[in-house]
Design a protein around this ligand. Structure first.
Ligand code: A3P
Length: 305
């Protein structure tokens, strides 16, 4: 979210084969922050949202928070306040009340060891990678990450499918997750599909509530689904969220306008299938060929529409 406005591309942070946004703790020492995350003390009732960027993290985080509180009330904070790789100091999460709705984009191998040992709950959202690419493309253009605006084809070839990809890349991230799920004998991982949540929000939110062991009635589920619809969540973010204090980047935000604008643009379209407006036939064929090769030994089924 850095806004240097000088038209120069920002240098991503590279660690363990992953490119990451220039969040201050990662700029300072990415290895140190990753180790802090892996070694952090956990509580048995922590809920960890572990989601590849641009797959619906903000949306599902808000739903999880409402379910845990059993109230269809927006959090005053944005999810960035609970964002492990971006909070300025890990003591922020150490001081939070339970149950903590923590969130991260780090791949499975870097998750807090104690949370895994505890059998702590992990909510994972899977979104089809073509829409993830489109969403990331707009997000990085909006945050000035490329300096000058980049076209989709260049983004696709050099960044999304480039040599060092965001958080190791969609394929690596999701394959690692599938392998972890296969070993998850305690059913600690719950994977939701962005597209299923979009098509059947009531049913999927009920399943999520069941996974979280929260006893909520149908009326509350319907209220949560309504409050977390794209339009209403965007509106709430624009009007009542505490954005200026986002600890992900406090010193980088030059003014409330900037931070608010970026956060508002994050709620861009919220649809399934915008990839059809961005992928040319050639790019689409290229992606499908890579997908078929990469995923040939994996069971994941993504929903492109
Ligand atoms: P688009 O850019 O395709 O619109 P993340 O929170 O992981 O960064 O993901 C952002 C994506 O989730 C954006 O996708 C955003 O619009 C979408 N999103 C956010 N809230 C949503 C909601 N309530 N319903 C559907 N999509 C939502």
């Amino acid at each position: 979210m850095e806004q240097n406005g000088d038209g120069k591309p920002k240098k991503p942070i590279i660690f363990d084969g992953m490119a990451m946004p220039p969040f201050p703790p990662l700029v300072k020492d990415a290895k140190e922050r990753f180790e802090e995350i892996r070694d952090m003390p956990c509580r048995e009732d922590d809920v960890l949202l572990v989601i590849y960027p641009k797959s619906g993290t903000h949306w599902v985080w808000e739903i999880v928070c409402m379910l845990l509180k059993k109230k269809a009330e927006y959090m005053k904070e944005t999810k960035e306040f609970f964002f492990l790789e971006a909070i300025p100091d890990m003591s922020v999460v150490h001081n939070l009340a339970s149950p903590r709705p923590l969130n991260t984009h780090v791949p499975y191998r870097w998750l807090p060891k104690q949370h895994i040992e505890n059998g702590g709950k992990i909510v994972h959202v899977l979104r089809n990678p073509k829409d993830v690419a489109v969403s990331m493309f707009h997000h990085l253009n909006n945050t000035g990450e490329f300096g000058e605006p980049l076209d989709f084809k260049t983004f696709y070839e050099k960044i999304f499918m480039g040599p060092v990809q965001a958080f190791g890349g969609w394929f690596s991230y999701e394959k690692e997750f599938e392998e972890a799920e296969a070993k998850d004998t305690r059913s600690a991982i719950f994977t939701m599909h962005y597209e299923s949540l979009k098509k059947n929000p009531i049913l999927e939110t009920k399943k999520l509530a069941k996974f979280l062991n929260v006893d909520v009635n149908d009326e509350l589920i319907a209220e949560i689904v309504d409050k977390c619809s794209f339009k209403k969540l965007k509106e709430a973010t624009d009007t009542m969220k505490d954005i200026i204090k986002t600890p992900a980047n406090p010193e980088k935000v030059k003014g409330e306008g900037n931070a608010k604008e970026i956060m508002s643009k994050l709620y861009r379209k919220g649809e399934i299938g915008d990839w059809k407006n961005h992928f040319t036939v050639a790019l689409n064929e290229h992606f499908d060929a890579v997908y078929n090769e990469e995923m040939k030994d994996f069971k994941i089924k993504v929903q492109y529409e």
